[in-house]
Design a protein around this ligand. Structure first.
Ligand code: ZN
Length: 400
C-alpha cells in the first residue's frame, strides 16, 4: 500500500517532471521560432539587430563603392564598435564626389609657367577664371604673344599661364634683378626666392641674360604703353587764343572754327569736321542683342559685344560722323561719332559702313553692320566711349 502509494507518488512525481520538461520544450521551440521570425529578415545585412533599418526612408545617395545602406543615425557608432568602415566618412566622400560636376575645382598649385592653347570661345577673362589668376596676369604674361593687343587672342594661340599672379618679364639687354624688381614694384628677393625661377644663387645685383623670362610674383605692370591713342586735332573758339607776340593794338587772329580732325593720315580720316553738338547726354546700346566677350580693362579700352555677322550697329547717341573707313591699327572697318565737344563713340570691326563723313546721325540709327574685320577672331562690335579722348567703361554709361 505504502509501496503503491509511494510508487504512485513517485510516478505521479515523475509524470509532473516530464510534463514540466514538455512545457519548457514547447516554450523553447516557440521562442526559437519566434526568434527566427524576428531575426531572419535582417540577417543578410550584417545590421540585423535593427530590423527598423529596412523601413528607414531611403536617403538619395548613389554609392560608388558597394557599402551597406544607411540604416539609422546610430550606424556610425555601431560600425565603429564593430570595427567596420565608418559609414559617415563614406557618406561625406560620396556627397563630395556627387557635388563634383557642380563646383569649379579649386585651381591646383602649379609648379611653374605652363602653356595653354586658346580654345574656341575663350577670352582673357574666362582663361583667368579657369586658372585662378587675375586678367591682368594673363595679359602681363603674354604681351609678346598677344602683340600688346588683346584682340590677338585667337584659337590656337599659345599663352603663358603663370603659377601665381604677377608679371612674366622678358629680360631686355642686361638687366639686374633689382632693376626688374623696381619695374614691377616688388622686392628683388621676391624674384630670387621664387621657386618658379632658377635664381637661388643670384643677388639683387646679378645681371640676367638677354631674352631670359622671369616670373615676378605679385608684380604690377603698366598698361598704357600699347593702348592705341589716335591723334585728334581739336580746334575750338573756346580754346585759349594763340599767344600773340605782336605789338599792342594788332587785331587778334580770328577764332578757329569748332572742328575735330580725328586720326589724320588714317584711311577713314574725314578731315576737320564741326563738333557734334546734338548729343543728348544719354547713351543707348549700339546693338539689339549681344554677348560680352571682353569687358573694359586698361588694356582693352572698350567692350566687345559679340553677335551675328551683319547685325545692325546703331549710333549710341545723336552725333556727327568724324571717321568712316578702314583703320590700320586693327579696328578694321571703323566709324567714330562725335556727340558733344568732349564725347566720342567708336564702332570697330564692321562688315559694312552705311554712313559718310560729316553726316548727322540720330540715336539708334543704323550706321553699320557687325563684322569681324581687322584684328578680330569672330563677329563682334568693339565699342568704345571716350571723354576728351580718354576711354571710359561704356557700361558705366549704357543701360544694362
Ligand atoms: Zn575689343
Amino acid at each position: 500500500m505504502s509501496e503503491t502509494a509511494r510508487g504512485n507518488r513517485s510516478s505521479s512525481h515523475l509524470g509532473g517532471w516530464w510534463r514540466e520538461i514538455g512545457v519548457l520544450g514547447v516554450a523553447l521551440i516557440i521562442s526559437l521560432i519566434a526568434a527566427w521570425l524576428v531575426w531572419a529578415p535582417g540577417g543578410g545585412t550584417g545590421y540585423g539587430m535593427a530590423p527598423a533599418a529596412v523601413d528607414v526612408p531611403a536617403v538619395s545617395i548613389s554609392y560608388v563603392d558597394p557599402v551597406p545602406r544607411l540604416p539609422t543615425p546610430d550606424a556610425g557608432v555601431l560600425s565603429r564598435l564593430l570595427g567596420l568602415p565608418p559609414m559617415f566618412e563614406e557618406y561625406e566622400r560620396t556627397l563630395h564626389r556627387e557635388s563634383g560636376p557642380f563646383t569649379i575645382a579649386p585651381p591646383r598649385p602649379r609648379d611653374g609657367v605652363i602653356r595653354y592653347t586658346v580654345q574656341e570661345g575663350d577670352t582673357v577673362f574666362s582663361i583667368a577664371e579657369r586658372f585662378g589668376l587675375s586678367p591682368d596676369s594673363i595679359f602681363w604674361a603674354n604681351r609678346e604673344e598677344l602683340q600688346h593687343d588683346v584682340h590677338m587672342l585667337r584659337v590656337g594661340v599659345e599663352l603663358n599661364i603663370l603659377p601665381v599672379d604677377g608679371v612674366y618679364h622678358t629680360v631686355v639687354g642686361s638687366q639686374t634683378v633689382q632693376e626688374i624688381a623696381d619695374m614691377y614694384g616688388v622686392d628683388p628677393y621676391d624674384i630670387i626666392d621664387s621657386e618658379f625661377n632658377d635664381l637661388q644663387d643670384a643677388s639683387p645685383d646679378t645681371e640676367l641674360e638677354d631674352g631670359m623670362r622671369v616670373v615676378v610674383p605679385g608684380g604690377v605692370s603698366d598698361y598704357a604703353d600699347w593702348t592705341w591713342n589716335p591723334v585728334v586735332h581739336v580746334s575750338s573758339s573756346s580754346a585759349p587764343a594763340p599767344s600773340t607776340s605782336g605789338e599792342a593794338g594788332e587785331a587778334p587772329p580770328p577764332p578757329p572754327p569748332n572742328t575735330i580732325n580725328f586720326a589724320p593720315g588714317e584711311p577713314g580720316n574725314c578731315g576737320p569736321i564741326p563738333f557734334g553738338r546734338s548729343g543728348t547726354g544719354a547713351f543707348q546700346l549700339p546693338v539689339d542683342s549681344y554677348r560680352i566677350t571682353q569687358g573694359f580693362y586698361p588694356w582693352h579700352p572698350g567692350v566687345d559685344l559679340a553677335g551675328e555677322e551683319g547685325m545692325p550697329v546703331r549710333a549710341a547717341d545723336n552725333g556727327v560722323v568724324i571717321y568712316a573707313g578702314w583703320s590700320t591699327w586693327g579696328y578694321g572697318n571703323f566709324i567714330v561719332l562725335s556727340h558733344t565737344p568732349a564725347w566720342t563713340s567708336y564702332y570697330a570691326h564692321l562688315s559694312a559702313i552705311y554712313v559718310g563723313c560729316g553726316q548727322q546721325v540720330s540715336a539708334g540709327q543704323v550706321i553699320g553692320a557687325m563684322g569681324t574685320t581687322g584684328r578680330s577672331s569672330g563677329p563682334h562690335l568693339h565699342f568704345e566711349l571716350r571723354f576728351n579722348n580718354v576711354p571710359v567703361n561704356p557700361f558705366d554709361y549704357l543701360p544694362l
